[in-house]
Structures are given as C-alpha cells and as structure tokens.
Design a protein around this ligand. Structure first.
Ligand SMILES: [Fe+2]
Length: 457
C-alpha cells in the first residue's frame, strides 16, 4: 500500500474529527485517572496514619502505669495484644527514656538499644507524637512514636510500625476499577465521536458530492438543508447557485442548438454553392451526404458520428473553391498539371477548415477522401485502416455518385455496373469489408434519382 493510500482516510473531516475527539478523550481520561489515584492514595495514607496514631496514643496512655511499676510482663502483654490485633502492624516496641527496648513484638530484641529507622518526618504533633515515612523496596513503612507520660512525667515511648500494604491493595483495586471505567468511557466515547462527527459532517459530505456532480454537469436537484446554521446557509447558497447554473446552462444549450442549426444551414448553402459552380456537380455533396448517412446508419454509427459524417460530406470538396474555373469547368479531359491542381482540392479543403477550431474535426474526412486502400491515393498515400472511417465512407459514396452521373466525356454507369465497379476496386481503392457492406446496402436500397450530370473528383 502506498503512502498516499495510507494517508487517504485522514484527509476526511469525519476521520480527523473522530481522531481529535478520541485523543481528547484519552488525555482527559488519563489526567482524570492520575488525579483520582493521587487523591485516593493521599486519603488511604491519611487513614493508615490516623489509625496507627490512634493505636499508638491509646497504647501509650495504657502503658504508663505498667511502665512506672516496671511490670515487664504487663508491657509484653500489651505489645502482644496490639501486635496481634492487626496484620498491618509490622512491629511494636516500648522504649524507656534511656532508649532501651523494654518490650518488643520481636521478643529477641527486648533489652537491645532502640535504633530509630531512617525516613522522612511527615508530622510532629503537639503531644510529641512523630510520624515518619520509611521507604521500603516494595511497600515502605509508617513509623509512629508517641511519648509515654504518667502524671506529667515522661517515662519512655511507644513505637509502632505499620506497613502500607493496605495502601497497595487499595491502589490495585482502584487501578482496576479506573481501568474498567476508562475502557468503558473510551468505548462509549469512540462510538459517540464517530456517530457525532458522522452526523455533523453529513451536510459537508453531501455538499462536496453536490459540487462534484455540478462540476460533471449531473446535478440539477437542490440539496437537503439540514439546519439553519452556517452549513445550512452554505447549502442554500449552493442550491441557489445550482439553480442559476442549470438555468444558464439550459439557455446556453438552446443557443448552442440554434447556432448548430444555423451553422449546418450555412454549410449546406456553402456546399450547394461549391457544387453549383459546375452544372455537372450540382447536388453532388448533398447526394454523397445522403448515401453516406444511409451507409453510416447501416454500419452502426451513433448519432454524434452520423452528424459529424453529414457535415464532413457537405464539406468534402470545399477545397474546390480555390480551383480556377479554367480547370474545374473544363469540358475536355484534364492534362497532367491540371489533374495535379485538381487533386490539390483536398489540401485546399484542409487549409480552409484549419482556420476555425470548430471545423478541425472534419479535416481527416475532407483531407483523406481520395486515399486508396492500397496506399496509391492522395494527398498522403495512407493505406488500409490508417484511412479514417469517415473518409473511407465518403470515398465510396463519392465514387458511386460520380460514376452513376453523366460526364461530358462519358455516360453514367447503371447502378449494377457501379456496384460491380466498386466490388472490382475492393482491396485496391476501397476497404474490402466496407466495400462489400456498401454494395450490399446498394442492392437493398431504392436508387436515389440522379439529378443529372456530375464531374466529381
Ligand atoms: Fe473530392
């Protein structure tokens, strides 16, 4: 797949808008999730600290009497009771003022000097309670230390360490819940954005299709106006423009038709005027046009081709306008230089038609209607299928009309004789297939009455 094909969908407004909404949705959902997680972490941590603080303070208040009475067993009992009350408690110790551990949840450490763990102090309360956060490889700990005071006399302190496992569990649960909500939100968001952009861009798509149809000349009906906003007003303007263009196009089409009819009439008059220079060629172009059209229809040409063929027939000898009367109207047979000059009427015709761009399309037929299938014709010596079809058809009709008309130096051939002559020249002067079909048509048709004399070239 080429780069152009890959990028093609991204050139659509619908896709661009969907992607934009999607990105916005993902960014919002991510930011929302992160903020929620942070707030929740804070809350859970506060809760863990609060619980540890309460537990530590209550232990300190109950341990005062036991401590002053040096009841080590009682202190062990307190530590054991608190330690087993919650699985989150990692360790608990009661330390005297000298820093010696009097009781510890890990009984082996009883009697050892207490070494405070390194961590960051989160808070220090008015009663001297300190809260330290100790970073750990996996979870980390919160250590709370509360002074033991009995009758306003400081006796030591209670040290409680709780892990943040509960925080990790809460985080895990919250993350899963957030992911579920995030996924659902994303799914709904994608569907909504696709639906929304599809609805919003529908008028734009129809407008775009309308412009394309208008460009190709197919659109005539107005587009549906979906709303009264900017797009709606744009669609209304487009409809007004379409109506205006359609009306102007119809008017132009009528003018073009009138012009075409006037043009064809002019060509007919011109052809008749050329033929009328010589009494022998009177009506020749019209008869060639009739016969060519008949053959063209029989051959299966479409309407446009037939129209072009008819005009080309009327024009086929237009170049004779430049042939001097001394040659064109000569009663005797032409000598070689005269024949050469007469043959130049195809080139003169080309020159005349090349003056107007609208007539250029008739040049192939006019220039080559004296080419021979075997390549011995003029002016370019074209052969076989290189001879344009219109020229080949005119060549047959021209020859038939010429030989079936009287000339000063010979009588007209009969229809049968002319057909035999065409058949004889098939493969030499004429395309064999066309010649066969032409003769076949001549045999089937009623002969057009000849107007008389002809001196066609
Ligand atoms: Fe001719």
């Amino acid at each position: 797949m080429t780069k152009k094909n890959i990028l093609a969908p991204f050139k659509k407004i619908r896709v661009k808008a969907s992607l934009f909404v999607l990105l916005l949705l993902v960014a919002t959902a991510l930011a929302f999730s992160l903020i929620t997680l942070r707030i929740m972490n804070r809350r859970v941590l506060d809760e863990v600290i609060k619980r540890a603080e309460t537990l530590c303070r209550s232990t300190a208040s109950t341990a005062g009497y036991t401590l002053i009475s040096q009841d080590l067993l009682g202190l062990d009992n307190i530590v054991y009771r608190i330690k087993t009350s919650s699985p989150d408690i990692v360790s608990m110790a009661i330390v005297n003022l000298d820093g010696k551990i009097l009781a510890h949840s890990d009984t082996k450490r009883t009697g050892e000097p207490f070494r405070p763990a390194a961590g960051s102090l989160l808070r220090k309360a008015e009663d001297g309670t300190t809260i330290v956060e100790i970073p750990g490889p996996v979870r980390g700990l919160i250590e709370v230390r509360t002074p033991v005071v009995f009758l306003e006399k400081p006796l030591g302190s209670v040290v409680l360490a709780v892990n943040k496992a509960v925080l990790v569990e809460a985080q895990k649960e919250a993350r899963n819940r957030i992911l579920e909500v995030f996924g659902l939100l994303l799914l709904v968001g994608v569907a909504s954005s696709v639906l929304l952009t599809s609805v919003l861009t529908k008028p734009v798509r129809e407008l775009s299709a309308g412009v394309a149809e208008l460009k190709e000349g197919k659109r005539r009906r107005p587009l549906h106006v979906y709303s009264q906003d900017e797009l709606g007003r744009l669609t209304e303007s487009f409809n007004d423009m379409t109506a205006l263009i359609t009306a102007q196009k119809d008017t132009l089409s009528r003018y073009a038709q009138d012009l075409e009819e006037a043009y064809v009439s002019t060509v007919r008059v011109l052809a008749a005027a050329i033929d009328a220079r010589d009494t022998y060629t009177l009506g020749h172009s019209t008869r060639v046009a009739q016969l060519s059209l008949e053959f063209g229809r029989d051959f299966g040409l479409d309407t446009a081709q037939l129209e072009e063929l008819e005009i080309a027939c009327l024009f086929h000898d237009v170049g004779k306008i430049k042939i001097p009367d001394s040659i064109l109207l000569k009663k005797d047979k032409l000598d070689t230089p005269e024949q050469r000059e007469m043959m130049r009427h195809t080139e003169y015709g080309t020159e005349i038609l090349s003056k107007a761009s609208s007539l250029l399309k008739y040049i192939p037929a006019v220039r080559h209607h004296h080419e021979w299938y075997d390549g011995t014709g003029y002016p370019d010596g074209l052969s076989g299928k290189k001879i344009p079809l219109t020229a080949a058809i005119i060549s047959l009709a021209d020859m038939y009309d010429a030989v079936t008309s009287d000339r000063p130096y010979r009588h007209a051939l009969s229809a049968e004789e002319a057909q035999a002559e065409i058949a004889r020249l098939a493969g030499k002067q004429f395309d064999p297939e066309l010649a066969a079909r032409f003769v076949d048509l001549l045999k089937r048709r009623r002969p057009i009455p000849s107007l008389g004399l002809d001196n066609s070239e």
